[in-house]
Design a protein around this ligand. Structure first.
Ligand SMILES: Nc1ncnc2c1ncn2[C@@H]1O[C@H](COP(=O)(O)OP(=O)(O)OP(=O)(O)O)[C@@H](O)[C@H]1O
Ligand SMILES: [Mg+2]
Length: 385
């Protein structure tokens, strides 16, 4: 309850079977609490279309009568921070808004009414650790996807305050989301978002950035990013999101609404450990099923089988280290796949893009895996890394 209150929620708890007085935006039912007639409570909430998160015990059993396919399930024990993220994700997925820090509910008719039909496929490129190659993968995969599909592809720079894909990809700078941050949500229209898009002439890739001035970054709210992403998926077949390394609210919101998360890992103990910690959190948040592991600079360091086994997930794709070539390309504002199309790194990055463009195509085979939980003991706190 404390963690939820700190995150701006206004939680109410029911210890007895008394019918709760709504309306509610979300509900959590602890299925192990025998003192609450959970089925009646559940039926009442479902009748009001309240999204429900069911907390279940380690045996994974659901009480009879509970659990529609649309419900979220979470295994106990669940750390308070994880519950907060999980509920934020549930809110976002069901079209709601996050509570603001003041405790008031952010709401805007224009946002809730925004159509989500014709959804584009959103892929977040993420790593909890900086410098592992997220931006390199994001930029090149976006360009490769555009080349492979000729569909509308948007590269979305959500590394607010730090990242700037326009520094490594030569596009004419127009506006960033920070320029919309002073306008009320009613003015976050299709036209306004369209004005914040630049086109990379050589590839036809469309690019949207948060802005360029770190001093403005605090003004880019979670709601603005989510509204931009909602717009983006309505107007593009694919949206590739370059994320900030870490577990801030903006990043967690981006991850929660992505169809896929490409977790970029380098074959080093530090990156591997951080990634394993992220996967623990992802499992708690119900996001683990959408994570694919991409090993960057795969030819140096820890072997792939050991990495897959430590993460408990197969390696979906690998990218070789190109020596200085990736840096040379970036310094010239070119994607490495077009600057050095015959290098192995270009093949590798195209293969990463094919995970998206041909999801049913042949996948790299991965060794049979059981997670060796060697990271147990690092804790699962969701605070900033
Ligand atoms: N496979 C590779 N081969 C050679 N150089 C690479 C490779 N991948 C990334 N680099 C270089 O490593 C540096 C860091 O890469 P990049 O900026 O993509 O990482 P990042 O994860 O986005 O970093 P940050 O967390 O700071 O946003 C860059 O100079 C990039 O050119
Ligand atoms: Mg980056």
């Amino acid at each position: 309850m404390d963690a939820l209150t700190r995150a701006g929620f206004a939680p109410t708890s029911f210890e007895s079977g008394a019918a709760p007085n709504g309306p509610f935006d979300l509900a959590v039912i602890d299925c192990e609490r025998g003192d609450v007639p959970a089925t009646a409570l559940y039926a009442a909430l479902r009748a009001d279309d309240v999204p429900v998160l069911l907390l279940i015990g380690a045996d994974g059993d659901l009480p009879i009568g509970l659990g529609a396919s649309s419900d979220d399930l979470a295994l106990k024990p669940m750390p308070p921070e994880a519950l907060v993220f999980r509920l934020q994700a549930l809110l976002i997925r069901t079209g709601g808004h996050l509570p603001t820090e003041s405790g008031a509910w952010a709401s805007s008719e224009s946002l809730t009414a925004a159509s989500v039909a014709g959804e584009g496929h959103v892929v977040s490129i993420f790593a909890p650790k900086g410098g592992v190659g997220k931006t390199t993968v994001a930029v090149n995969v976006a360009v490769a996807l555009r080349q492979q599909t000729r569909a509308e592809v948007l590269l979305f720079d959500a590394d607010v305050g730090v990242g700037n894909v326009t520094a490594v990809l030569d596009v004419p700078y127009r506006l960033g989301l920070a320029d919309l941050s002073d306008s009320p949500p009613e003015e976050w229209t299709d036209t306004a978002f369209e004005h914040a898009v630049s086109t990379h002439t050589a590839s036809g890739l469309r690019v949207m950035t948060w802005g360029t001035d770190p001093a403005e970054s605090e003004r880019v709210s979670v709601d603005l990013l989510l509204a931009a992403l909602r717009w983006a998926r309505n107007h593009h077949s694919y949206v590739i999101v370059d994320n900030h390394p870490g577990y801030d609210d903006r990043t967690m919101a981006m991850l929660a609404v992505s169809n896929e998360i490409f977790l970029v890992v380098t074959p080093e103990v530090g990156a591997l450990r951080n990634s394993a910690q992220f996967l623990v959190l992802a499992r708690e948040l119900g996001l683990a099923s959408v994570v694919k592991v991409i090993v960057n600079r795969a030819n140096h360091g820890i072997g792939l089988e050991a990495m897959a086994s430590a993460l408990g997930l197969p390696i979906a794709a690998t990218v070789v280290s190109s020596g200085p070539k990736a840096v040379i390309a970036m310094n010239e504002g070119m994607p490495v796949i077009t600057k050095f199309p015959r290098e192995k790194i270009a093949d590798d990055l195209h293969r990463v893009a094919r995970l998206i463009s041909q999801p049913d195509g042949p996948q790299e085979t991965a060794p049979e895996m059981t997670a060796r939980r060697w990271w147990t003991g690092f804790g699962t706190r969701a605070s900033s890394a």
